[in-house]
Design a protein around this ligand. Structure first.
Ligand SMILES: NC(=O)C1=CN([C@@H]2O[C@H](COP(=O)(O)OP(=O)(O)OC[C@H]3O[C@@H](n4cnc5c(N)ncnc54)[C@H](O)[C@@H]3O)[C@@H](O)[C@H]2O)C=CC1
Ligand SMILES: O=C(CO)COP(=O)(O)O
Length: 349
């Protein structure tokens, strides 16, 4: 039984993750905690430690106030402290913000098991999910199951660098307890980053996970130089498969969620501006694997689309549903089974 949400008079915040999006979020939160008396003015940011030209990334961040690897060119407020030890970063925190690539979340939660603050609550900004043969395991569920915390989700049309540049964007928080949704909205909203909240924790995050697979499809079309009509067709088919999959495997998903920033808007931005789109295009043009291109072109940043396509296919194939999700299946085959990209059209008609 997950404990009730309890908001304390001075919430202490930890950001778990410091990649491209994680660092943008830490900058926002670092500024917001100074605006409101109900947050402690220091934010701890857990950093997966690595050496940059012989110097520790945490030391660079704490001295230069810049994440030179994952968000170069943007200052981080001085009240955001980079911490290499996960338990040190989170021990006192009552508000935990999870923003790591989804493949690392399970391990991180296991390290935190039984060691979080008794009044801790969490929000997951992670886009991805795990699967078993029988179904899906959303990331919010992983956090809730292992840490026994109430968990919100945040997902939206949010290319990190554009938000770092303070260009107007929207996002969506999914909540179970409205009070918790409102708390995280206060902590994360700015005049250029507007937050809508919906009572649908899992629907919000599953849109964020599945749009990454559609973005791989859009990148394949870009690589084939098929033009905008074809790309629009792939987006349309992708949105239908996304909605059908979510409503099949998660009965609580609300129709309105698909029209929030986490739904259609994120599909659009990711199919035009995201990393998954870019690497898929490069795959078609160069013939190199996604894994190799991720290493060559992303400087440590991680793709979520190919792994999610694999997780997805595990469920679809196990349940005999590949024919109902032809686009998702074609994308999986291109990424993992060497299907020539041009064959995508034979697969989806
Ligand atoms: N970058 C973006 O524009 C957006 C990303 N997201 C989502 O946010 C989540 C985090 O992505 P980003 O912050 O962009 O990260 P990123 O992809 O930029 O960076 C990868 C991060 O993983 C860390 N890492 C590497 N190996 C690790 C390990 N073994 N254990 C733990 N951490 C390790 C790296 O230190 C780095 O912080 C993902 O689910 C992504 O889909 C959501 C919205 C926008
Ligand atoms: O989630 C994102 C935009 O909302 C970022 O997508 P990519 O990981 O494809 O860059």
């Amino acid at each position: 039984m997950v404990k009730e949400i309890e908001i304390v008079s001075e919430e202490r915040v930890a950001v778990i993750g410091s990649g491209n999006w994680g660092t943008v979020v830490a900058r926002i939160v670092g500024r917001n905690v100074k605006r409101y008396a109900d947050f402690h003015p220091e934010v701890k940011m857990w950093v997966f430690e690595e050496l940059i030209k012989g110097r520790k990334l945490t030391e660079i961040i704490n001295q230069q106030h810049e994440n030179v690897k994952y968000l170069p060119g943007f200052k981080i407020p001085e009240n955001v402290v980079a911490v290499p030890d996960l338990l040190d970063a989170t021990r006192d925190a009552t508000s935990l913000i999870f923003v790591v690539p989804h493949q690392f979340l399970h391990d991180i939660c296991n390290q935190l098991k039984g060691r979080t603050h008794p009044k801790a609550k969490a929000i997951s900004l992670v886009k991805g999910f795990n699967t078993t043969d029988s179904g899906i395991q959303p990331m919010s569920q992983v956090i809730e199951d292992i840490l026994q915390l109430p968990v919100c989700t945040l997902s939206g049309a949010n290319i990190a660098n554009e938000i770092a540049e303070e260009r107007f964007s929207e996002t969506t928080i999914g909540y179970k307890f409205r009070e918790e949704g409102e708390l995280f909205k206060k902590l994360l909203e700015t005049h250029y980053f507007r937050i809508g909240i919906v009572n649908d924790v899992v629907g919000v995050e599953l849109c964020g996970a599945l749009k990454n697979v559609i973005a791989v499809g859009a990148g394949i079309i870009d690589g084939l130089k098929m033009g905008d009509n074809t790309k629009a067709a792939i987006i349309r088919i992708g949105v239908l498969e996304m909605k059908s999959f979510i409503q099949r495997f998660y009965k609580g998903a609300k129709d309105e969620t698909f029209f929030q920033s986490c739904g259609l808007a994120d599909v659009i931005t990711s199919c035009y501006g995201g990393r998954n789109r870019r690497i898929a295009e490069a795959h078609v043009v160069t013939g190199k694997s996604f894994e190799q291109l991720e290493k060559e072109l992303l400087n440590g940043q991680k793709l979520q689309g190919p792994l999610t396509a694999k997780e997805l296919n595990r469920v679809l194939s196990h349940k005999g549903l590949e024919d109902e999700y032809k686009l998702f299946t074609a994308i999986y085959r291109i990424v993992y089974e060497g299907l020539p990209p041009r064959k995508i059209f034979d697969q989806i008609v």
